[in-house]
Design a protein around this ligand. Structure first.
Ligand code: ATR
Length: 272
């Protein structure tokens, strides 16, 4: 091991329930990397100072979460093509310059690829917030994507990626789900509640259903989907795969997603 302990972290507000420290510290331990990962609670008015601190202290890398994913862009030195297109940064790599990336979309892709191929598939994404945008952009590279959102203008704005954007209405849901191979909930509906964004009778055998929500792990949508014979992928898989991709950007090393998931599950059990 090298003598200098490298520092990584996540900035968010609030951030104390983040599972990222557990996931990344488990990965550092497993791979024998002399590094620690901490959560930093940064209120919006201190974002610029926090980024200056990263430069000053030589923090090697950061994850960025709500509410800083867009605002942080103006404080760093460069953006990957993905981050620029999505308009959101969830990972910063300190290479002397601070470079912003977005690994949310690739996290969703890898989570889905555990159960299905994506090339040429019809994908229905519900939600056009940060997560929905990242997913729509990434999956539009290989698949036919429709995005439905409560605020339709935000879904239509994604048509620049070559996707179809429309309003999240009962009629549109019924219409587009019929043609979909894959359904992704990227709204916050179901987070810490027992609601589903999709009436259960629209879920049919063979459909792949992924939820971005991971608290609870078995959301109502995923439970009802499994009951109807859908293949399900929970939101923790997407979180784990985005984390593994951030880890790869920082260290150049691949980490076993199962290891990160185990650490995250332990965090969830502790109520983080
Ligand atoms: P995230 O970064 O997790 O994507 P976000 O950017 O705040 O969070 O986006 C939340 C998403 O959930 C949005 O698509 C939002 O729809 P609006 O753009 O219309 O706000 C969606 N959402 C939140 N509550 C919802 C609800 N009750 N019904 C439908 N969509 C909802």
């Amino acid at each position: 091991m090298d003598a200098e302990t490298r520092l990584y972290g996540v900035i968010g507000f609030p951030v104390r329930h983040s599972l990222s420290p557990a996931m990344h510290n488990a990965a550092f331990r497993e791979l024998g990397i002399n590094a620690v990962y901490l959560a930093f609670e940064v209120p919006p008015e201190r974002l610029g100072m926090a980024v200056d601190g990263v430069r000053g202290l030589g923090v090697k890398g950061l994850n960025v979460t709500m509410p800083h994913k867009t605002a942080v862009m103006e404080h760093i030195d460069g953006l990957s093509g993905d981050a620029e297109e999505i308009g959101s940064v969830n990972t910063i790599v300190n290479e002397g310059e601070l470079l912003g990336y977005n690994t949310d979309g690739i996290g969703a892709r890898r989570a889905l690829e555990m159960v299905t191929r994506l090339e040429g598939k019809d994908v229905l994404v519900l939600g056009a917030g940060g997560a929905g945008r990242a997913i729509a952009y990434e999956l539009s590279k290989t698949s036919n994507v429709v995005v439905l959102n409560r605020t339709p203008g935000k879904a239509r704005a994604l048509e620049r990626f070559g996707v179809i954007g429309d309003a999240l209405t009962a009629d549109n849901l019924r219409r587009y789900i019929r043609e979909a191979d894959i359904l992704i909930n990227a709204t916050s509906v179901g987070m810490n509640s027992d609601e589903s964004p999709v009436p259960a009778d629209l879920l049919r055998e063979g459909l792949v259903v992924m939820d971005v929500v991971y608290k609870p792990l078995r959301t109502r949508l995923l439970r009802e989907a499994a009951e109807r014979g859908c293949v399900t992928v929970d939101g923790l898989w997407m979180l784990v795969h985005q984390g593994a991709e951030s880890f790869r950007l920082w260290t150049g090393k691949k980490v076993d997603p199962e290891l990160m998931r185990g650490a995250a599950l332990e965090g969830l059990r502790k109520g983080w």
